[in-house]
Design a protein around this ligand. Structure first.
Ligand code: NAD
Length: 313
């Protein structure tokens, strides 16, 4: 039979592409329930889905930050039967910590952390009863390695990684699989809009040096990194499909081989010094970027790191 796949945050970006890719599967192996906060924003998805819409793709309203919305949505699914839950909805936040309000920080955790847990709490008991199911969480490389000026976002993804690492052990006993997808930078409209917004913003309570490092050192290098290393939402969709279809899916799935050295660096030095200093030099000492990238290239060509990623094709 068809697998029922429910995805959060499908009005744009990665969620939209996962929904379309699975709904348009040649063998029609999936019935996709694409969800979003506001169905008024369904047009892009509906257009991309083409004739799959109304057949292998249906839509439901869902706000991961609302208990009621989550319950209503899952109750609306036939027999509440979901084979694959894809937690994709998430929000970003960059900037100097001093300039960000506590409310804005809490909003990130409400969505990226508690939003996912709310979904898992609603769906997991049925999966455990059925002794089957697959829960996928779209985390980030920033769930494994902190990145300067992304402090709160990285913390929300780290929190998710810790939560899932703990839960996965218990779920194994119930034949329920838990997988993390860890993309590096992905080109979405969202990212360019965020960068444009930030360059117009004021930074209350932040000293001029920090504002300068953020606007004139971090932001330009972040744009460069996105351009040089960025994947497409389609790449992430293809990786996610591979994880769903794997005979024994891995727990962690980095999607971008160019980021495996960063994670390897973290595990190579348990004191954390190597990562902190490497990032410091990358940000503030351009000369050493050449040195670092040469070493990274060496790591990549030896192949041991490449095996740690899942590739889109
Ligand atoms: P995006 O902004 O295009 O997609 C996120 C979606 O989540 C949007 O459609 C948004 O409306 C939705 N959403 C936000 N709050 C919601 C809520 N309360 N309830 C339901 N939906 C909500 O950005 P994206 O890049 O496609 O992000 C998807 C996921 O990928 C996120 O979890 C993000 O953290 C992760 N990610 C993104 C990147 C990147 O560089 N873009 C990198 C690594 C991980």
């Amino acid at each position: 039979g068809q697998k029922v796949v429910l995805i959060t945050g499908c009005s744009s970006g990665i969620g939209l592409r996962i929904a379309v890719l699975l709904a348009r599967d040649d063998a029609r192996r999936y019935h996709v329930i694409a969800t979003m906060r506001d169905l008024k924003r369904k047009e892009k998805l509906v257009e991309a889905a083409g004739d799959a819409y109304g057949k292998t793709l249906s839509l439901l309203t869902l706000d991961v930050c609302s208990d009621e919305s989550v319950k209503q949505c899952i109750d609306a699914v036939k027999d509440r039967h979901i084979d694959v839950l894809i937690n994709n909805a998430g929000i970003g936040l960059v900037g100097p910590v001093e300039s960000i309000s506590m409310d804005d920080m809490k909003k990130v955790f409400e969505t990226n952390f508690f939003g996912v847990i709310r979904m898992i709490k609603e769906v997991m008991p049925d999966m455990k009863k059925r002794r089957g199911g697959h829960i996928i969480v779209v985390s980030s490389v920033m769930g494994l390695q902190g990145v300067v000026f992304n402090d709160v976002y990285a913390a929300s993804k780290f929190a998710m990684e810790g939560f899932c690492e703990s839960l996965a052990v218990q779920l194994l006993k119930f034949n329920v699989t838990l997988s993390m997808i860890e993309p590096g930078p992905v080109h979405t409209e969202f990212e360019m809009k965020m960068i444009a917004d930030v360059s117009k913003k004021e930074f209350p309570g932040t000293d001029p040096d920090t504002v300068n490092y953020f606007k004139n050192v971090y932001l330009p290098s972040s744009v460069d990194i996105f351009e040089a290393l960025g994947q497409t939402p389609d790449d992430i969709a293809m990786c996610t499909k591979k994880v769903i279809e794997a005979r024994s899916p891995r727990f962690r799935n980095l999607t971008n081989p160019l980021y495996t050295p960063i994670v390897a660096m973290k595990y190579a030095d348990e004191t954390g010094g190597l990562s902190v200093h490497a990032f410091y030099h990358m940000l503030f000492n351009m000369g050493s970027i050449m040195h670092l990238s040469m070493n990274l290239m060496k790591c990549l060509t030896c192949g041991c790191l490449r095996r740690r990623t899942i590739s889109p094709s």
